[in-house]
Every structure is written in structure tokens, then in C-alpha cells.
Design a protein around this ligand. Structure first.
Ligand code: TRP
Length: 342
């Protein structure tokens, strides 16, 4: 039984240098959901960012930059609620309550914490450890039913469901929180480095030539594609022929993702031809799709007041949705007075 209205929540961390990978893996998916029958909240999760050290000015800039990327990619602030997490106190409040619902054993199993803390566990922030409880609060403060996330966040979403179920059960409020479903984008090609097809395209790669940043202009995008690593063979006529050729696979995958054409279809056209023929087509496709986003992002970053007004309006609408949920949570727990949500 679900009594909960279809509602999407997703978030991205404000870490600068968004790449083509972020666009193809997340942003365009967020935008596509505008055509579906969901209420949508898209958050810039600045409270999550501070689980590791941040320079304050850089954090503030990166928060606006991700908001700019949301808008420039096609999210309409009227139709989707766009805001940053720290503006809505419900996240921190419900986050605390969920740190009291979640069990140490559950969090101890989180692979992302193990990766991020590495050998330096003793010195990791408590917030990095309890990160998924705040993520659960993000989602459940709005009773979101669907969460577009990448594969790497599936475990955190399972934890969100565990928290929701335990809360509903412990306090005998069946169906108070929905058990949100992941929306994993079907068949996203993994976008790999332009310098090494075996590594993910990453904003932290020391070589800027390894990635397309969303803010790169048309010339730079074309140059990066022209210089992308390839192998000396012509393109194969069938997808199987890409198996042992990570760079070729990546470039064809990018073309496919940007054009919406299948790999088979692309290879039917370019099979037997060298990269000298394929790269200009890929460069043109990438410039057409990505350069306008960068242009709009640069324009928005020149007028931070415009971004801030959108974030303030989004936060107000988000807070209005979270308020009654929080009030009920406080009452359910016997926290008299309804907290700040009264
Ligand atoms: N943890 C997510 C990431 O690193 C970001 C995130 C925070 C998120 N809160 C969320 C994603 C809620 C979806 C829903 O990518």
C-alpha cells in the first residue's frame, strides 16, 4: 500500500568542475523527469559537503555553480524546486533524529565511508560516518517516493529505506514514511577519461584534458575531443569489436549518449572508418549539446543574485513541504512543542 504522492528528490554535492559525466549521468536525467508526473525537488547538498574540509568561499561558489548547472541543463525553477540544503533546517533536524534511528552496524557496512575515510578512519569526521542518515533526511523530509541516483548511491538508498521502515515500525506509524525507490538511469554509458579509457572521467584528475567540463567553451571542447586518446585501428562495424578498446568504446559511448542513437546504429555509419572521420562528428555533437549549457552557466555565475533568488524561492517552497512532516515527527517522538516546524 502506498498513500504517498509521486515525488522525486535528488541532490548533488557542490564540488566545482562539473563534467560531461555529471551531465550524462545525472543532470539530463533530472531534466527528463520534468516530463513525468512527479513533484520534483533538486537540492545542492552543501551540508553533505562539509563532512570533509571545505574552503568557505569555494564552497559558496560551488553551491551556486551546481545551481547554475541545474538551470542551464534545463531544469525550470517553476516546475522543479531548486534549492540548497542548508537553507532548509528540516534536513539538519530530521538528520539528527535519524542518527538516533539508524544503527551503528548499518553505517559500518557503508562502502562509501570505507573508501572515503581510507586508512585514516580515526580522523574522519563523525559527519562523514553518519552521512547517509542526513541523506535519508533529505529524501524523507519530503516523503519522496523516487530518487534518481547513480549506482554508487544505491547502498545509501537502501539505508534510507531501512531507516524509514524502522521509524514506521518503532513508533507504530505504518506508512508514515514511504520506502523510496531508486531511479537508476537505464544504460548510461560510463563516461571515461579522454586520456585513459579505463579510468572514470573525473573532476579531480590532474589533467584537464582528461575531461569535458560543463563550463568549457566550444573551442576547448573541440580541442579536447581532437586530442582524446585513441588506438590506431578503424572503428569496428559491430559493438563486440569495441570490447578490448576502452578509448574507442568511450568515444562511441559519448556519441551515443549525446545523440540518443544506439551504438549499433553509430557503428553502422562509422564502422571501417578511422578516428579522423569520427572525431569531428563527435566534436560537433558535443559542442552542440554542451557548449550552450556552459554559456548559460557562465552567464548565471556573473549574476549570483539571480541564482540566489532562485535558491531562496526554492527553499521557501521546500520548507513549506517539509514543515508538516517535521511537525508530525516531533509529535510522534514526544518532542513537545513541534520543534522549529511548529
Ligand atoms: N550522496 C549523494 C551523492 O554523493 C548526494 C545526495 C545527498 C543525494 N542527498 C541526496 C542524492 C538525496 C539523492 C538523494 O551523489
Amino acid at each position: 500500500m502506498t498513500t504517498h504522492a509521486p515525488r522525486v528528490f535528488s541532490g548533488m554535492q557542490p564540488t566545482g568542475n562539473l563534467t560531461l559525466g555529471n551531465y550524462l549521468g545525472a543532470l539530463r536525467n533530472f531534466v527528463a523527469l520534468q516530463e513525468r508526473d512527479f513533484e520534483r525537488l533538486y537540492c545542492v547538498v552543501d551540508l553533505h559537503a562539509i563532512t570533509v574540509a571545505q574552503d568557505p568561499a569555494t564552497l559558496a561558489r560551488a553551491t551556486r555553480e551546481v545551481a547554475a548547472a541545474y538551470i542551464a541543463s534545463g531544469l525550470d525553477p517553476e516546475r522543479s524546486i531548486i534549492f540548497n540544503q542548508s537553507r532548509v533546517s528540516a534536513h539538519a533536524e530530521l538528520g539528527w533524529i535519524f542518527t538516533c534511528v539508524a544503527r551503528m552496524g548499518w553505517l559500518n557496512r557503508m562502502t562509501q565511508f570505507k573508501e572515503k575515510a581510507g586508512k585514516n578512519r580515526e580522523n574522519a569526521s563523525v559527519g562523514l560516518f553518519s552521512y547517509p542518515t542526513l541523506m535519508a533526511a533529505d529524501i524523507l523530509a519530503y516523503r519522496a517516493t523516487h530518487v534518481p541516483v547513480g549506482e554508487d548511491q544505491k547502498q545509501h538508498l537502501e539505508l534510507t529505506r531501512d531507516i524509514a521502515a524502522k521509524f514506521n515500525n518503532d513508533f507504530n506509524v505504518p506508512d508514515f514514511f514511504p520506502l523510496p525507490e531508486p531511479l537508476i538511469q537505464a544504460e548510461t554509458a560510463r563516461i571515461m577519461s579522454l586520456r585513459d579509457g579505463r579510468n572514470k572521467m573525473s573532476k579531480s584528475d590532474p589533467s584537464d584534458m582528461s575531461r569535458i567540463n560543463l563550463t568549457d567553451d566550444a573551442d576547448l571542447i573541440a580541442q579536447k575531443i581532437r586530442k582524446a586518446k585513441t588506438d590506431p585501428e578503424p572503428l569496428p562495424s559491430e559493438a563486440e569489436g569495441l570490447a578490448e578498446r576502452p578509448e574507442a568504446l568511450n568515444l562511441v559511448g559519448i556519441y551515443s549518449a549525446l545523440s540518443g542513437r544506439s551504438v549499433a546504429d553509430i557503428l553502422a555509419e562509422y564502422g571501417g572508418q578511422g578516428f579522423g572521420a569520427f572525431k569531428p562528428a563527435l566534436a560537433e555533437m558535443t559542442v552542440t549539446k554542451i557548449a550552450p549549457i556552459g554559456e548559460e552557466m557562465r552567464r548565471l555565475m556573473q549574476s549570483p543574485d539571480e541564482i540566489d533568488a532562485i535558491l531562496a524561492d526554492g527553499a521557501e517552497r521546500a520548507a513549506a513541504l517539509a514543515r508538516p512532516v517535521l511537525r508530525e515527527v516531533y509529535e510522534t517522538l514526544g518532542l513537545t512543542g513541534g520543534g522549529s516546524a511548529r
